[in-house]
Structure formats: C-alpha cells, structure tokens
Design a protein around this ligand. Sequence first.
Ligand code: WNU
Length: 152
Amino acid sequence: MRTIQARHEEYFSFLRSVSLLRELPEEKLAKIVDCLEVDYFEKGEYIIREGEEGNTFFIIAKGEVIVTQRTEGFAEPQEINTLGVGDYFGEKALISEDVRSANIICNENDTHCLVVDRENFNQMVGTYEELQAYLKEYVEELSRSDERRNAL
Ligand code: WNU
C-alpha cells in the first residue's frame, strides 16, 4: 500500500526537481503538495482548450502533451510545442487574467498532471517576487512569439 505520507514525499521530491520551484522554501513546497490534485489523461484528450476560461496551473508528472494554437492562414490549429515530465503549463491565463491562449492535448496514454488552482498558484507565486518576475517575463515572451507566428 502507498500511504498518504509516501505520496506526499514522492510529490515533494518531484516538485523539488521542477526548475521553476527549485528555490521555493520547504514549507511552501509542502503546502503546494497538500493542495494539489492529480488528474489523469489519455492520448488525444484536451486538457486545455484555447479561448476557454481557466483557473488552474498544471505540472506534468508523467507523460507528454502537445500545444496547438489557431493560426492565421490555417484551417486547423498548428502545433507549436511539446512538453514532458517536469514541464508546466496554464500559467498564462492566470498571470495575464485572460482566456486560455492555446490548446493542450495529451499525447501519451496515462499522462499524470499535478493541478494547482488559482488561489494556491497566487499564494505560491505571489509571495515570491523572483518567481513572479520570472513568470511575467516568460508570459510576455510567449505573447511575442504568438504575434510572430500570427496566432489568432
Ligand atoms: C506559446 N504561446 C502561448 C506553451 C508552457 C510554459 C512555459 C511554454 Cl513557461 P494558458 C495554454 C498554455 C499557456 C502556456 C502554454 O499553453 N504555451 C503557450 C506557448 O508559444 N501559450 N500563448 N507555448 S508551452 C509553455 C512556456 O502555458 O497558458 O493558460 O493555456 O494560456
């Protein structure tokens, strides 16, 4: 049997390995572990749909996803990125207070995502200035690359 304690330790050490969270103080990381939920997806499932409202931030614990986006001159959303274990997504809608700016589609059966809601995301990021600055800059960079690509 896998105890709650073991689960906690497993996710704690996993989150430590996520570059974005590496610098967070121990108690903060432990709190995130307490608050997170785990969602499971199969290949082809939409985890995020472009244009929808979103209140969650995701970290991939297992598997792979692809990122697609509506693009000028194309009938179908175009693939712009692939993300794997330790990568995260969904921060943009939370930070820019906007709708989802791309689709996130599961690309491998039995993909596991750790899900943090807006309130806990704000607590995680808000009180940690460096993290906030880093993410803000990154989100602005994503907006610029959207423009370069002629995203709709
Ligand atoms: C991109 N343009 C846009 C990715 C994830 C994290 C970082 C790249 Cl730090 P959201 C859709 C999500 C969005 C981002 C993710 O898709 N995304 C991108 C792009 O070129 N979004 N607009 N590449 S993967 C990625 C860097 O997380 O957040 O809430 O939902 O808008």
